[in-house]
Design a protein around this ligand. Structure first.
Ligand code: SF4
Length: 209
């Protein structure tokens, strides 16, 4: 079995995944919506231990998730007729913290559906199980998007081996909830997080559930 002259697909996929990750490079004064819905210590550890983070980027389950996103975005572009469809739509909004400093909250929607004054986000989630969907942190994520981009609501679209389904979330965060999430030191933010955290091997705040 020789692969000397054949195109190296794995290398291409790796470069693609790496470039996708680099789109979320940190910028001073910018907080991504995804940071509002995960343990705040992860952001600190990611800066401190970047090699640990890089070890994760070629995880097959994450690659499958990326492919599901790409495939669904393309398919829904073809299927959705009654709305105009945009993919990978970015928005940002500033909030003032209690100490008077400003931070910019930034988010990127998988899809934005627009019809007249109706603006609906689609957030795609793929997972191995349909247990407890819609998950609290996913609902919080789209509540943040509803606030960030002044949306009518967001569809959480789940693709799992047991269920393909959607939930429509109209609730939204407000400025004070966003500020409290930016400044919160509660670690972990959700009780299950440590079980899936790459930093759990060193973190003094790890909890077992
Ligand atoms: S182990 Fe738990 S508390 Fe520590 S960084 Fe990870 S999620 Fe946060």
């Amino acid at each position: 079995m020789s692969s000397s002259n054949v195109v190296d697909l794995i290398s291409l996929i790796y470069s693609f995944i790496r470039a996708e990750r680099d789109r979320y490079e940190r910028e001073k004064g910018v907080i991504w919506v995804t940071d509002l819905v995960r343990c705040p210590l992860k952001r600190v550890y990611e800066d401190r231990y970047p090699d640990l983070v890089l070890q994760e980027i070629f995880k097959p389950s994450l690659i499958i998730g990326t492919l599901v996103h790409r495939g669904l975005e393309n398919l829904l572009r073809e299927l959705v007729r009654e709305y105009s469809v945009e993919t990978e739509v970015e928005g940002s909004r500033d909030v003032i913290l209690d100490d008077g400093s400003a931070v910019s909250i930034r988010g990127r929607l998988d899809m934005l559906l627009v019809r007249d004054f109706e603006r609906v986000a689609v957030e795609i989630k793929s997972s191995r199980s349909d247990k407890n969907i819609p998950q609290k942190h996913h609902v919080d994520q789209v509540r943040a998007y509803n606030w960030l981009m002044d949306l009518s609501g967001s569809i959480l679209l789940y693709v799992t081996p047991a269920r393909v389904t959607q939930f429509y979330i109209e609730d939204r965060m407000d400025d004070s909830e966003v500020v409290s999430r930016v400044t919160s030191k509660k670690a972990p933010r959700y009780s299950w997080e440590c079980s899936y955290c790459i930093f759990s091997v060193m973190c003094p705040y790890k909890i077992e559930i």
